[in-house]
Design a protein around this ligand. Structure first.
Ligand code: IPM
Ligand code: MG
Length: 382
C-alpha cells in the first residue's frame, strides 16, 4: 500500500520505556517491508531522559519535533524515587504527558482491553465469570473533567476562626470537575462511531445521582445517542460500573467515561486481561480527514523494578504502534497484521514473565527482545 512518508516522534522516556520501544520499532520496521510503508522515526528525550539531557521533562526540541510529526509514539515517564525531588509541576507525568495531551488537544483516549483466549488462565476471574469473552473498548475523555478543572489549587492555607477564638491553620486542596456540552458531545460521537464497528453497544458511565457533571453528561450523551438509532445506549453509575466489570465483564462493548472515571475503570478493565503489559492506548485529537494526529502509549508505567533487565513485556508498546498505523496513517491492513501477529505468538506459547500462569511459573520466560523478535517474525510470515 502506498503512503506518503509518515513522520513519527518517538519518545521512549524512562524505566522500561526504551527497551519496549526498541521492540516496537523492530515490529514497525518489519511492517514497513511487509506492507510497503514508509516511516520516518525520530527519537527524542522525554521525562527523566529529558530532564537529564536538557533540564526539562518536555524539552523544547522534543516539543518542536512533535509539532512537525504526524504522530507521537510514547513510552512511559516518571521514576517515583526521583520524582519526589521535584516540585509537582515539573514532574514528568504532569510536565510531559499531561502537557502533551493538553497541547495537542488529545481529547479522545481509546483503550482496547481484550482477554486473549490463549491467556484466559491468567485472567483473575474464574472462567464462568469471563462469560463469552472480554473485549471492551474504554473511551476516556482526556482533556476535561477533574484532571483539568479550574480552579485547581493545592496546599492553600486556610485560617478558620475556632469557637474559642483561636485561629486554626490547615491546608485545603481544591480540584474542580468541569465539563462542557461540546466536550461531552465530541467524545460521545467517538464512542458511537466506534460502536458501529464493534458490537453496537455503548455503556456511558457517570455519577448523575450526585454530581451536576453527571447530570449534564447523561443528558448530552442521550441526545447524541438519538443520532445513532442502531447503537444500544445504556447509562450506568460509576460505582455500579466498577462492580459490573468484575461480575459480568462480557456485557460491555464500548465504555464511555469522563477523564477520572476512565482512568480508574481502564485500569480495572486492564487487570482483567491478565497483565498491564498487554494494553495499548491511543489519544487522539480532532481531525478533519480519516486520519488524525495522535499519541500512542502503553497503559502500564515505567516499571523501574524490572527496567533494563530484558523482562518487560513489549506487547503494549507494539500494539500501540499498531493503533498508530490505524488512526494516524490509515494503514488498517498493517495495523491488523501486527495484531494478528501478536495473537499468533501468544497462541504459540511465547510468554514474557508477566504472562506465565500459576502452573507455568517454573517455565522459561521469553525476554523482551525475544518477544519482539517473535512478533516481527510472525508478521513477516503472515
Ligand atoms: C494514565 C495514567 C496517567 C493518567 C498518569 C500517568 C498521569 O495513569 O494514562 O492512565 O492519570 O492519566
Ligand atoms: Mg491511569
Amino acid at each position: 500500500m502506498t503512503m506518503k512518508k509518515g513522520k513519527i516522534a518517538v519518545l521512549a522516556g524512562d524505566g522500561i520505556g526504551p527497551e519496549v520501544m526498541r521492540e516496537a520499532i523492530k515490529v514497525l520496521r518489519a511492517a514497513e517491508s511487509r506492507y510497503g510503508l514508509r516511516l520516518d522515526l525520530t527519537e527524542a528525550p522525554v521525562g527523566w531522559a529529558g530532564i537529564d539531557a536538557e533540564g526539562h521533562a518536555l524539552p523544547e526540541k522534543t516539543l518542536a519535533l512533535c509539532r512537525q510529526a504526524d504522530a507521537i509514539l510514547f513510552g512511559s515517564v516518571g521514576l517515583p524515587q526521583r520524582d519526589a525531588s521535584l516540585p509537582k509541576e515539573q514532574r514528568p507525568e504532569r510536565a510531559s504527558l499531561l502537557r502533551l495531551r493538553r497541547e495537542f488537544g488529545l481529547y479522545a483516549n481509546l483503550r482496547p482491553v481484550k482477554l486473549y483466549p490463549a491467556l484466559a488462565h491468567i485472567c483473575p476471574l474464574r472462567p464462568e465469570r469471563q462469560g463469552e469473552g472480554i473485549d471492551i473498548l474504554v473511551i476516556r475523555e482526556l482533556t476535561a473533567g477533574l484532571y483539568f478543572g479550574n480552579p485547581k489549587m493545592t496546599e492553600e492555607i486556610v485560617e478558620i476562626l475556632q469557637e474559642r477564638g483561636k485561629p486554626l491553620r490547615f491546608q485545603r486542596a481544591v480540584d474542580s470537575m468541569v465539563t462542557t456540552t461540546p466536550e461531552i458531545e465530541r467524545i460521545a460521537h467517538v464512542a458511537f462511531q466506534a460502536a458501529k464497528t464493534r458490537r453496537r453497544k455503548v455503556t456511558s458511565i457517570d455519577k448523575a445521582n450526585v454530581l451536576e457533571n453527571g447530570v449534564l453528561w447523561r443528558d448530552v450523551v442521550s441526545q447524541v445517542g438519538r443520532g445513532y438509532p442502531d447503537i444500544a445506549l445504556e447509562h450506568m453509575f460509576v460505582d455500579n460500573g466498577a462492580m459490573q466489570m468484575i461480575l459480568r465483564p462480557a456485557q460491555f462493548d464500548v465504555l464511555l467515561c469522563e477523564n477520572t472515571f476512565g482512568d480508574i475503570l481502564s485500569d480495572e478493565a486492564a487487570a482483567l486481561a491478565g497483565s498491564l503489559g498487554l494494553l495499548p492506548s491511543a489519544s487522539l485529537g480532532q481531525g478533519k480527514g480519516p486520519t488524525v494526529f495522535g499519541l500512542y502509549e502503553p497503559a502500564g508505567g515505567t516499571a523501574p523494578d524490572i527496567a533494563g533487565r530484558n523482562l518487560a513485556n513489549p506487547i503494549a508498546q507494539i500494539l500501540s504502534a499498531a493503533l498508530m498505523l490505524r488512526h494516524s496513517f490509515g494503514q488498517e491492513e498493517a495495523a491488523a497484521g501486527i495484531e494478528r501477529a501478536v495473537v499468533s505468538v501468544l497462541e504459540n506459547g511465547v510468554r514474557t514473565r508477566d504472562l506465565l500462569g500459576p502452573g507455568e511459573r517454573g517455565g522459561r520466560a521469553a525476554g523482551t527482545n525475544e518477544m519482539g523478535d517473535a512478533i516481527a517474525a510472525a508478521l513477516a510470515a503472515l
